[in-house]
Design a binder for this molecule. Structure first.
Ligand code: F6R
Length: 611
């Protein structure tokens, strides 16, 4: 949700900012803007993509070694040039960029208007720039102190960066609820929403904590809280490399990320189990073994695709470890006064580790005494830091807005956890673990093999690209896969799609089925195979077009379905890891054929840091 990048040092800032904004564009792409200080404070901003900003800026003065850039996902005020960031204070001396929402902006704005301020935009952000200036004028405090005092008046979430025409050696950033990382180079500093704009220049970074302000002043970094307590920044060295955040020859990040799944699944399970010994070695959970043995219930919270991974988790933990599980949309959980006990384990799943609703759900559960395990992909993000323990998924940076490799990585780790928990609770033997882990180890190759169906999927995409609706059906472990398939299709191709438990279809959605309706069915050979076949018959009887995902060598469904995509056989509980792949490819190719922007679908953003 909005991308922020800033630079102070000895190089020209503009190229660093533009490159950084392109890397952050996945966070929002309604508008983009930069502010550059070179004697004058020059602001350039434009509705649309970073490329539109670049066009608009051609031939203009973009000099300056202090600057900041912003790519926006609109919250307050429609996406247009005026509402784009950066925003200026009343006298135009202070510029600000912001990711988040200032909830009390209307009250602050009213008070500022009474004091003679006038505003150009509809944004909450502009109010903060005016407030800082107002405080500076009334107190005579330096810029950094005025920022601190202003933040004490703000309610809401923010990552902000501020520069001022009158302070050419200062760069100030602060965070509460939205991420901000500071990069420390050789005589230069960077600030950004994530590390991707920074790693080309330095791997030394510090992640700000909530309520912290970073001041770069005359070449030195200091950090303090908004309550004026000095902090020693924790500097860490990033392992991220540049290659991981580039397209590597693929047309889109999404396609690259789909094809990376054999590796990302492998990386997410590697070193965490021993298939020969049947042992589970998730060191980070070691001190919680007693808790795991005695817990009464698991509550899984997440949003979107991560919520779908949570649903697979529900099947896994109940089926394998015999622990009752509830899977909750984080956004509902946080507001419905849920019953949470100290014996509960809350598993928060999030690719970005920054999703505001998931973070709020964690805070609520923590207050009530539950133990929190975070399962996230972005190292150093807020959710792992707010959790008691957990694991990273090691899927590598996911830049396509539609989540693909993060989902399978989440499911892979949840599978390990389910077996690890089962062993601790006496529900699985070493031998069960040996068998399960041996099969889990073979999944990356099976995914590799499944990816070979791409040519067939392209042909299917050509046939169905103009459909107006799609139905996705599955049962058991196939149900979350169906939901995920439908979500992928609607978010990147804008075709309406519904995921349903196959048997539930007859309670309503069956009314939609006619010869125009493609129905994607997960019909792999498992315990409920025969039941799914009956559901396929029901669709066929109404002339629906069946696209079935079947187990290699299947001949029964093949006789009924209009199209079959074969996937390698595996254990039922591992099927989501494989069956998801053709559905990701189907949505990708349909979206490409429809001319959609696959990596940056309309209205979406990768990291949803607002409610
Ligand atoms: C779907 C998608 C979203 C995210 C959701 C949660 O492709 O990307 O539905 O899954 O916004 O995001 P994270 O996992 O970052 O918490």
């Amino acid at each position: 949700m909005c991308g922020i990048v800033a630079y102070i040092g000895h190089r020209e800032a503009y190229p660093i900012l533009i490159k950084g904004l392109k890397r952050l564009e996945y966070r929002g792409y309604d508008s983009a803007g930069v502010a550059l200080l070179n004697g004058d404070l020059n602001i350039y901003k434009k509705k649309g993509k970073v490329a539109d900003l670049e066009d608009a800026v051609k031939g203009k003065d973009v000099k300056g070694s202090l600057g900041m850039g912003h790519t926006r996902w609109a919250t307050h005020g429609e996406p247009n040039d005026v509402n784009s960031h950066p925003h200026l204070s009343q006298n135009g001396d202070i510029a600000i960029i912001h990711n988040g929402i200032i909830e009390n902006y209307a009250t602050l704005k009213e008070a500022l208007i009474e004091r003679g301020h006038s505003f150009l935009s509809d944004t909450d952000t502009e109010v903060l720039a005016h407030l800082i200036e107002d405080i500076q004028k009334n107190t005579g405090a330096p810029l950094e102190e005025s920022v601190r005092l202003a933040l004490n008046e703000v309610v809401g979430a923010y990552a902000i960066v501020i520069i001022s025409k009158n302070d050419p050696t200062k760069l100030i950033g602060a965070r509460k609820g939205s991420p901000l990382v500071v990069g420390l180079g050789d005589g230069e500093y960077f600030m950004a929403s994530d590390a991707t704009p920074i790693i080309e220049y330095t791997k030394n970074v510090t992640y700000l904590n909530d309520n912290e302000i970073a001041f770069i002043k005359e070449g030195k970094l200091s950090v303090k809280t908004i309550d004026n307590v000095e902090k020693t920044p924790y500097i860490q060295t990033l392992e991220l490399n540049l290659e991981a955040i580039e397209k590597g020859g693929y047309e889109h990040f999404m396609l690259k990320e789909i094809h990376e799944q054999p590796r990302s699944i492998y990386d997410s399970i590697r070193g965490r189990f021993d298939p020969t010994l049947g042992s589970f070695a998730m060191r980070s959970l070691k001190e919680y073994e007693g808790k795991i043995k005695n817990l009464k219930r698991i509550i899984i919270v997440g949003c979107g695709t991560s919520w779908h991974a949570g649903l697979v988790g529900e099947y896994l933990f109940e089926d394998i470890a015999r622990i009752p599980v509830e899977v909750e949309y984080a956004s509902e959980f946080r507001y419905r006064n849920p019953v949470i006990n100290e014996d509960d384990l809350v598993i928060a799943i999030s690719q970005s580790g920054e999703t505001a609703d998931t973070l709020a759900a964690i805070e609520l559960a923590k207050e009530k005494g539950a133990t929190i395990f975070g399962l996230c992909n972005v190292v150093g993000s807020s959710i792992p830091r707010a959790s008691h323990a957990g694991a990273y998924t090691h899927a590598g940076p996911e830049i396509g807005v539609a989540s693909t490799k993060a989902f399978t990585a989440q499911v892979a780790v949840l599978t390990l956890w389910a077996f690890g928990f089962a062993e601790l609770r006496g529900k699985a033997t070493k031998n069960d673990l040996r068998n399960a882990f041996a099969e889990l180890e073979s999944i990356p190759q099976k995914v590799e093999k499944t990816l070979k169906c791409e040519e067939q999927i392209i042909e299917l995409a050509k046939i169905f690209k103009n459909s107006h609706n799609f139905l996705y059906l599955g049962r058991g472990y196939g149900f979350p896969v169906a939901l995920e398939g439908a979500l992928k299709l609607k978010e990147i191709s804008y075709i309406h799609a519904e995921g349903y438990p196959a048997a539930e279809m007859k309670h309503g959605p069956i009314a939609l089925i006619d010869a125009e309706m493609p129905v994607v069915v997960i019909a792999t050979k498992n315990d409920i195979y025969e039941k799914v076949i009956s559901n396929i018959q029901e669709v066929k009887a109404r002339k629906g077009k069946i696209i079935a995902v079947v187990t290699e060598g299947d001949d029964k469904v093949k006789k009924m379905a209009d199209y079959c995509i074969e996937i390698p056989e595996t254990k039922e509980y591992l099927e989501p890891l494989i069956a998801t792949i053709p559905l990701q490819l189907l949505s990708y190719h349909i979206a490409v054929l429809r001319g959609c922007n696959v990596d940056q679908p309309r209205n979406l953003a990768k990291s949803v840091t607002v409610e």
